[in-house]
Design a protein around this ligand. Structure first.
Ligand code: PFF
Length: 444
């Protein structure tokens, strides 16, 4: 019991919310959401996405908070304590997914550092062909990509090694507000450009003809990836939250902040791209090729480029630290390693596992037609995260519901009104929706 009492904790509710929102807000919001939305029917996709975030994502997040706070440990240990040994594979699967995600996330995180430095030096290219050449040369240079990946992983390590209160919470409390501010400055710049309206229309005009099973799976995968749920990250953060704190209102606030950033990121990107008559390319090209070309044409663009890529660095660091934390928590809580040993070993391990992703875009390392990096992303976000989410929902709704009811009523008398709806969602709606979307929409 004394070990549990000595566990590190978030010092304040706002620190917990900002750290969890920091985990949720990441490359997924700023880099992935806008182009997935643009390609999948604009506002039609956004609506489905928001529905999935609040009706399925938030209940699953709450399920994770319940297990973590009751279990007071990493996903494996918490599940063993609150539900029994048979449920520990769900935690193990989450830790495995976190290893996979961190391995490629570190690579793209490294790109953001490289681009911030290049933006400072005005070396991003002046139009799409030259920006494309800068990007192509960079990703085909394994030494450079691995160097920046290492730098990014070191930054992640530096924060997580300091623990929860002094490391993750402090970092997120300072930098998440900076991120929100930068994002708003950039959105105002973008939507006030002459010709921005066309981009707004592309992003937000609903096109329901594009909505099918694959679109809905894309929205679900995006929601799970963006909220960092289904793999025990929120479980682990929840385990560091004081018993006296409520969990329902923070879960709502985290989902709100995450969706807000994703929506605003689209407002930063599309109006600017269309204002300068460029094609909204998809994937990494949009962020790392099209946007540099946009910035080079925009009044004050040099400064906005630095701000944008710095924002991406913050967003990705606060997410990667949560991925590292969930893996380390397992070694610290369950295997009794020291935090120092766990963070160093796991950082080194995930860095090495990321090398195939690092070289995959330049060297043609493919798995069945997808780059190694994309294949890892697909497996983690479209397969493991929804399945893990289904597991947490079923477990919490059917097995741990009494515990959940107690956890929902925090000491400050939080309303229990959502409990019955939460339970129905966890027992039936979320598993059925995830299962259906999975069967009809899963496509490599
Ligand atoms: N939610 C992060 C993003 O949107 O970029 C990514 C992420 C963080 C996924 C933490 C998974 C995770 F455990």
């Amino acid at each position: 019991m004394s070990e549990v009492e000595n566990r590190d904790q978030f010092g304040s509710r706002i620190g917990f919310i900002l750290a969890s929102a920091g985990s949720a807000v990441g490359l997924g919001n700023i880099w992935r959401f806008p182009f997935v939305a643009g390609e999948n029917g604009g506002a039609a996709f956004v609506l489905i996405y928001l529905l999935l975030v609040f009706c399925i994502g938030m209940p699953v997040m709450l399920a994770e908070f319940v297990v973590g706070r009751r279990g007071q440990g990493d996903p494996v240990g918490s599940l063993r304590r609150v539900a029994g040994k048979v449920f520990t594979p769900l935690g193990g699967m989450g830790i495995f997914a976190a290893i996979v995600i961190l391995s490629f996330y570190g690579v793209v995180g490294g790109w953001t550092i490289k681009y911030t430095i290049d933006a400072l030096m005005g070396a991003l290219g002046t139009d799409v062909p030259s920006a494309g050449a800068v990007f192509g040369t960079f990703v085909k240079d394994p030494k450079a990509v691995i160097f920046y990946q290492a730098l990014f992983m070191l930054g992640t390590y530096g924060v997580v090694a300091r623990g929860i209160g002094n490391g993750i919470e402090k970092f997120c409390t300072v930098f998440m507000p900076v991120l929100f501010l930068l994002l708003i400055v950039l959105a105002v710049r973008s939507v006030t450009l002459p010709g921005a309206a066309e981009g707004l229309a592309f992003y937000l005009k609903p096109d329901f003809s594009k909505v099918n099973g694959a679109t809905i799976l894309a929205a679900l995968g995006q929601a799970f990836f963006s909220l960092s749920i289904g793999i025990g990250v929120m479980l682990t953060y929840g385990s560091y939250l004081k018993k006296s704190e409520p969990i329902v209102s923070p879960a709502f606030q985290i989902c709100f902040l995450d969706s807000f950033v994703a929506l605003i990121a689209g407002l930063v990107i599309f109006p600017a791209v269309f204002a300068f008559g460029l094609e909204p390319g998809s994937g990494p090209g949009l962020t790392f090729v099209t946007l540099p070309a946009v910035f080079s044409k925009m009044p004050g663009g040099a400064l906005f480029a630095v701000l944008f890529f710095f924002l991406l660095v913050i967003a990705s660091l606060t997410s990667s630290m949560s991925q590292l934390e969930v893996i380390c928590a397992y070694f610290v809580d369950d295997r009794k390693w020291s935090r120092g040993k766990a963070t160093l070993t796991v950082t080194a391990l995930t860095f090495c596992l990321g090398i195939p992703s690092a070289i995959s875009l330049g060297g043609g390392l493919n798995i069945a037609g997808k780059s190694f990096l994309d294949a890892m992303d697909f497996m983690a976000s479209n397969v493991i995260m929804p399945l893990g989410g289904m597991g947490f929902a079923l477990l919490a709704g059917w097995v741990l519901h009494t515990m959940a009811k107690e956890e929902f009523s925090g000491s400050d008398g939080e309303p229990l009104a959502i409990y019955p709806a939460w339970r129905v969602i966890c027992c039936v709606v979320a598993p059925a929706a995830i299962g259906w979307i999975f069967v009809t929409g899963l496509k490599w």
